[in-house]
Design a protein around this ligand. Structure first.
Ligand code: ATP
Ligand code: MG
Length: 208
């Protein structure tokens, strides 16, 4: 409590109660000199979500902004370790990630989600948990062929050998965004160019 509030509490007659007001998202953001929002990166495995998310966080950090990456792989090692890759589990994976992103935005942070998030309906449910303009859907676009060529974790090879079930793009569907705020071509441009593109958008929208 502020000391002025304490004084009111001690001086006021017992029937007058001081109701503490919860801080707002705007106030928490203002303390960090930033506007909180959520960047939601969706795309195939190997498209470049984690790579771009990490670069974005470093960029924000260098500018003195407080951002945080929610990476699908990291979440699956902890919060979501009980979930697999069935449709139902992927839906739950997205729901939990959405709620954590929502809480961190409420805490005043710039949240960067890096999650395959294959289903359009679930991405729209995520969007609906935020205020208009606060949710920026970013399609990290690379063809299946290119992702399979990159195969940074060797997962496509495993899936092709039948050692991995329900792999996105192979035997599990990916529904590309129809109207993302940002469409990144991660084949024709470098990771840094993708980051610059995002920053230009955020500046134009007055988010940074
Ligand atoms: N423009 C680009 N943006 C991002 N990554 C790129 C780009 N061009 C090439 N790459 C390379 O593509 C790979 C992308 O791997 P990354 O782990 O970021 O994918 P991901 O989308 O996070 O996959 P997953 O869903 O499996 O976690 C990296 O090896 C990266 O160096
Ligand atoms: Mg990743």
């Amino acid at each position: 409590l502020l000391s002025s509030q304490r004084k009111i509490m001690t001086l006021a007659p017992p029937e007058i109660r001081f109701e503490p007001q919860p801080l707002t998202q705007q106030e928490r953001g203002r303390q960090k000199l930033q506007q909180p929002f959520c960047l939601w990166l969706t795309g195939l495995s190997g498209a470049g979500k984690s790579t771009i998310a990490t670069l974005l966080e470093q960029h924000f950090f260098a500018e003195g902004r407080h951002s945080y990456v929610l990476d699908g792989d990291v979440l699956r090692r902890g919060l979501n370790r009980d979930l697999g890759f069935t449709q139902a589990d992927r839906v739950e994976n997205m729901r939990r990630t959405t709620e954590v992103a929502r809480l961190l935005v409420d805490a005043g942070l710039i949240v960067i989600v890096a999650l395959i998030s294959p289903y359009r309906s679930e991405r729209n449910l995520a969007r609906a948990r935020f205020q208009p303009g606060e949710f920026v859907e970013i399609y990290v676009d690379a063809s299946l062929k290119e992702c399979e060529r990159r195969d940074p974790k060797g997962l496509y090879a495993k899936a092709r050998r039948g050692e991995l079930k329900n792999f996105t793009g192979i035997d599990s569907s990916y529904e590309p965004p129809e109207a993302p705020e940002i469409h990144l071509d991660s084949v024709g441009s470098s990771p840094q160019e993708c980051v610059d593109f995002v920053m230009t958008y955020l500046q134009a929208r007055g988010l940074i």
